[in-house]
Design a protein around this ligand. Structure first.
Ligand code: 0D3
Ligand code: CA
Ligand code: ZN
Ligand code: ZN
Length: 498
């Protein structure tokens, strides 16, 4: 009855919680207006609808001061919620609090003891949950599907003190099915693409159930949609988690699976599920070696970058799986996943990136490989070995790349050396030079470099060096994240770190 449902990509940052009644057919009987419930009963009913149907009064203040007429109720959506509830219990959907409705609300509901309200959400009240996979419409062999779901549950059970047991016949808390189009829960699927799945918040009946859109191209790799990635997300909903605005989180509302990055819960997901259920007893030993990855914060004073490049009008900062795109016209630079722009063509944790404006190409470096993209698409034959550019085999990676469009060459930085590459002849020019000699004042090795507004900006750790190539000297140093214009207040950062 309670369902989390992603409506539109425009709601990305919030994640909408929609609550729906199971459309049990009710005869359209004329309703008997009653003598009128007491104010206490009205309040009880509203609280009930808030708990089980996601009813949210427009504002608490408004409710007290404004009139409590039926008109006001219609406007605040209270009537819709009453109707949903009434339909579910087979009552005439009058949309108002009848005595009959009140009686049903006060009746103990079976299975209700399994869940409880927790802050703004609902959580299961028990630590062992059963799930059942409905047999029809399976996209691939049942044994493979079982394996994928077991792995998806394990993501959550290894961080929270929860156990998930598969049932074959008996009733289960969580029923998982593949359904298509209108499947009679008020949220029809939309064919290929769009909505991939949805899940109901913890609760009895349909509560906790997970529905996958059977019309999708489900896969175990990166063709179509990855079932493991979507299951991990939906199971989070089935546990009571809402969407997260953190683009690194599994609970982020948009699908962003990348085959070049091992799927794991992010720090945010772990915090959120542990807030609901507590910490799994073996969490510390399981994660001490490899703690869940945090999404970098542009306001972190210790922030460093993997690579920085100019790209068309923008300056793009790369870090782990993420990037920030600084556009001259907008003053807020948001974080996104690298693969949200270049999908799986570009790996995370890059070493260097540069744009060859003349050829309309962007070149990415990581380890001994490089990827050349044009029009957001990987060019044929890539990735290639950096030795193809003319590096000797002792050079295992590059730290940064600077492209000079006027004299059509690119300078590569690797360790203490810099190498000049002629883009016209597509040849490495002679022997390397020492960074300390050619760029006095720049401490090698560096993390990243970019040509921006006539200066070369070198990055090393949390510091950036603004360098004037004409006078051959460092003009100023500043925090590495200076160009990202962190506008957050200090105490906001502190609360986020907790
Ligand atoms: C959904 O279908 C989510 C499911 C989801 C979201 C993130 C990661 C895995 C699964 C509904 S709860 N979101 C839509 C989506 O990402 C908007 N569709 C695929 C697409 O647009 N490429
Ligand atoms: Ca769909
Ligand atoms: Zn459904
Ligand atoms: Zn979702």
């Amino acid at each position: 009855m309670k369902m989390l449902w992603l409506s539109l990509l425009t709601l990305l940052m919030l994640g909408q919680t929609l609550v729906m009644g199971l459309p049990v057919q009710a005869p359209d009987l004329p309703t008997q207006p009653n003598a009128g419930p007491s104010e206490a009963d009205q309040e009880f009913a509203e609280e009930y609808l808030r708990h089980f149907y996601g009813y949210q009064p427009k504002s608490e203040r408004q409710k007290r001061t404004a009139d409590t007429s039926e008109d006001a109720d219609w406007k605040t959506g209270l009537c819709d919620k009453f109707q949903s509830m009434q339909r579910f219990f087979g009552l005439p959907p009058s949309g108002e609090l009848t005595l009959e409705t009140l009686a049903v609300m006060k009746r103990p509901r079976c299975g209700l003891s399994d869940v409880e309200r927790f802050g703004n959400t609902i959580r299961w009240k028990k630590n062992t949950l059963s799930y059942r996979i409905a047999g029809s419409n399976l996209p691939i062999s049942a044994s493979k599907v079982n394996k994928v779901f077991r792995a998806a549950w394990k993501l959550w059970s290894s961080v929270a003190p929860m156990e998930f047991r598969k049932r074959n016949r008996k009733e289960a808390d969580i029923v998982i099915s593949f359904l298509n189009g209108d499947h009679k829960d008020g949220s029809p699927f939309d064919g290929k693409g769009g909505i991939l799945a949805h899940a109901f918040l913890p609760g009895s009946g349909v509560g906790g159930d997970v529905h996958f859109d059977a019309d999708e191209d489900w896969s175990f790799n990166s063709t179509g949609f990855n079932l493991f990635a979507v299951a991990a997300h939906e199971f989070g909903h089935a546990l009571g988690l809402p969407h997260s605005s953190d683009p690194g989180a599994i609970m982020y509302p948009a699908y962003n699976f990348a085959s070049n990055y091992e799927l794991q819960l992010s720090f945010r997901d772990v915090k959120d599920v542990q807030h609901l259920y507590g910490i799994s007893p073996n969490f510390a030993s399981l994660f001490s070696k490899k703690p869940p990855p945090r999404t970098p914060d542009k306001c972190d004073p210790d922030l460093s970058f993997d690579a920085v490049t100019e790209l068309q009008q923008e300056v793009v900062f790369f870090k782990d799986r993420f990037m920030w795109r600084k556009h001259p016209q907008s003053d807020e630079t948001g974080i996104t996943l690298i693969n949200s722009l270049w999908s799986d063509s570009v790996p995370p944790f890059l070493d260097a990136v540069y744009e060859n404006v003349e050829r309309n190409e962007v070149v990415f470096f990581k380890g001994h490989q490089y990827w050349m993209l044009s029009q957001l698409k990987l060019k044929e034959g890539f990735p290639r070995n950096i030795s193809d550019l003319g590096f000797p085999s002792r050079i295992k990676s590059v730290d940064a790349a600077l492209h000079f469009r006027n004299d059509r060459h690119t300078v590569f930085f690797t360790g203490h050396e810099c190498w000049k590459y002629n883009e016209q002849q597509m040849m490495m020019g002679g022997s390397p030079t020492l960074i300390e000699q050619v760029w006095p004042g720049i401490p090698a090795p560096i993390d990243a470099a970019v040509l921006y507004e006539g200066f070369v900006h070198f990055f090393k750790g949390n510091i950036q060096y603004k360098y004037d190539a004409n006078s051959k000297r460092v003009v100023s140093t500043s925090p590495a994240n200076d160009l990202l214009e962190c506008k957050k207040h200090h105490n906001e950062i502190l609360t986020e770190r907790r």
